[in-house]
Design a protein around this ligand. Structure first.
Ligand SMILES: Cc1cc2nc3c(=O)[nH]c(=O)nc-3n(C[C@H](O)[C@H](O)[C@H](O)COP(=O)(O)OP(=O)(O)OC[C@H]3O[C@@H](n4cnc5c(N)ncnc54)[C@H](O)[C@@H]3O)c2cc1C
Length: 151
């Protein structure tokens, strides 16, 4: 199946990695000139990746309707993201308050690990491509209309 993902932030990159596992042809369109721009500034540039607390504590700390996220948290846990990053050579440390960071204190290392995963999985990454509309026919997406912003 052809899969188009709009936005190359952490959510889009993770969706691309997961989707490519089932042999889909995956393409990510990112409107900015680089991927994961916001991720680079997370945690004051250090990226607070996750927490080591149990999932029940995650749900209890969601301001409203945390139970809605139960299955998402069960399907991909804090340990899963830690292991994914470790597999890509990112060493992980725990700080006070159960907060998990890369040992390097560089959010960029987290981004680069996700980009490596995408490349290994054969995901096509297109920057400077803004998706303006998604065209559909009979309930099926026919194509996405993306274009490079004019200068
Ligand atoms: C200052 C700050 C610090 C933070 N620190 C942390 C932290 O330490 N730990 C943590 O877990 N979270 C942190 N967050 C929150 C974290 O940044 C967000 O939860 C995360 O970036 C959300 O990821 P996303 O992929 O959903 O969205 P985004 O990161 O916003 O990515 C969405 C992408 O989609 C692109 N896009 C949008 N529309 C289009 C379009 N039409 N066509 C093509 N591309 C498009 C955007 O350019 C963007 O690159 C922080 C946020 C901020 C602002």
């Amino acid at each position: 199946m052809k899969v188009v993902i709009v936005g190359g932030g952490p959510a889009g990159l993770m969706a691309a990695i997961e989707s490519a596992k089932t042999n889909n042809d995956v393409i990510v369109f990112e409107k900015m000139e680089s991927l994961g721009k916001k991720l680079r500034i997370t945690g004051k540039g250090r990226c607070n990746i996750t927490s080591s607390l149990p999932i029940s504590d995650f749900i209890a700390n969601v301001p409203c309707n945390g139970k809605f996220l139960y299955s998402a948290f069960q399907n991909f846990t804090n340990e899963d993201i830690i292991n994914l990053l470790k597999d890509e050579g990112v060493d992980i440390k725990q700080e006070r308050g159960n907060r998990i960071f890369p040992v390097s204190d560089k959010a960029e290392d987290v981004l680069n690990a996700l980009l490596r995963k995408c490349k290994k999985a054969g995901v096509i990454l297109k920057t400077k491509h803004k998706v303006n509309e998604i065209l559909e026919e009979n309930g099926q997406v026919t194509r996405s209309n993306s274009r490079r912003p004019s200068k």
